[in-house]
Design a binder for this molecule. Structure first.
Ligand code: HEM
Length: 308
């Protein structure tokens, strides 16, 4: 068996590179900076316990959540929908809380921490304010798997609202059910319900501002619902490479763990006071085994201290 490579990149170096690449202002998240804090409820399905005994997913609870746009600072104008959006949510009552951080693409842009750092560093703008295109091209040619996420985004432009977007947890999470059986699942969070047409005025707004205005409009005019789905593994699935999907992933057997209903807006300070922490998982869902996941917990804690 090959010896796993010990990454030389540190979570702190990644946070610095995220900030340098997006020119993030002080006190803003190193990634997914522009966002909106909301609240809601979670109700489990009657099949949740077949997949996990986690009390976060098998009991009703309140939800704190945040919709966001990837890699942009709060002042940025995003003019098109070829970007990532994020949906982070915390569910479960006290002592049984879990945080799931999901994004609108099913894959991450790097397989290892070293590759992630090199990807970000290749895009840091030079003195003219733009990244060196030749450097980016050379990096992409030498690291073709780092293009999978961009390829997905290009083929799946975001719908013009957070509420109609599908979000993925990306990693393979070991889930233990009420019978004590463990298998890998992937989280997929899918919108439920009828489309609400965008308002005329929103169609001329910048994309990121539009998304946030639209969210406020939808929350006040009706509820926003998502099904929290568990995609089920098959023998031989790749569980440590976050740049690739499971074979035939779109046709996997999936079980609805429960439903999230977004019921109101929360002051952004409520979400900003702490970090959604991917390692915060109640017993019954364990940490994914890949090295990218392992680095996330430290990176989010570092980002939190720098934005306080
Ligand atoms: C599968 C991979 C990943 C997904 C789906 C993901 C998703 C997200 C989301 C949704 C947020 C916004 C959190 C919020 O709303 O408060 C976020 C923030 C962030 N991400 Fe990731 N991320 C991934 C990988 C990583 C990795 C590998 C690192 C670094 C090693 C990283 C570093 C950060 C940092 C520093 C923040 C800001 C945290 C804060 O200040 O609270 N992410 N990510």
């Amino acid at each position: 068996m090959p010896t796993p490579q010990i990454p030389t990149a540190t979570p702190a170096a990644i946070v610095d590179a995220l900030k340098a690449g997006a020119v993030v202002p002080p006190k803003v998240r190193a990634s997914f900076g522009k966002g909106r804090c909301v609240r809601g409820t979670y109700v489990p399905s009657d099949r949740a316990e077949e997949i996990t005994r986690s009390r976060s997913f098998t009991r009703p609870s309140r939800v704190l959540a945040r919709f966001s746009i990837g890699s942009t600072n709060p002042g940025a104008t995003v003019t098109d929908n070829l970007v990532l959006s994020g949906f982070s949510f915390r569910l479960g009552e006290i002592h049984h809380r879990s945080d799931i951080l999901a994004q609108s693409a099913p894959v991450h842009f790097a397989k290892t921490l070293d590759q992630m750092l090199a990807f970000l560093e290749a895009r840091i703008p030079g003195p003219d304010g733009s990244p060196d295109i030749e450097r980016v091209k050379a990096f992409s040619a030498a690291n073709p798997e780092t293009l999978h996420q961009a390829g997905y985004i290009a083929a799946h432009p975001l719908p013009r609202n957070f509420a109609s977007t599908t979000y993925w947890g990306v990693h393979s999470f070991p889930a233990t059910n009420s019978a004590g059986e463990t298998r890998f699942i992937k989280f997929k969070v899918t919108p439920v319900g009828a489309e609400v047409a965008p308002r005329e005025s929103d169609l001329t707004a910048s994309f990121a501002n539009f998304l946030h205005d639209d969210l406020e409009h939808r929350v006040t005019s009706g509820d926003i619902r998502f099904s929290v789905m568990a995609l089920l593994d098959r023998p031989g699935d790749p569980t440590t490479d976050v740049t690739i999907r499971w074979p035939d992933e779109d046709n996997r057997e999936e079980i609805r763990l429960g439903t999230i209903v977004i019921t109101g807006l929360e002051p952004d300070e409520t979400c900003d006071a702490s970090a959604f922490d991917p390692a915060n998982l109640a017993e019954g869902i364990a940490q994914p085994p890949d090295e990218i996941f392992a680095a996330r917990c430290a990176a989010y804690a570092i980002s939190l201290t720098t934005r306080r």
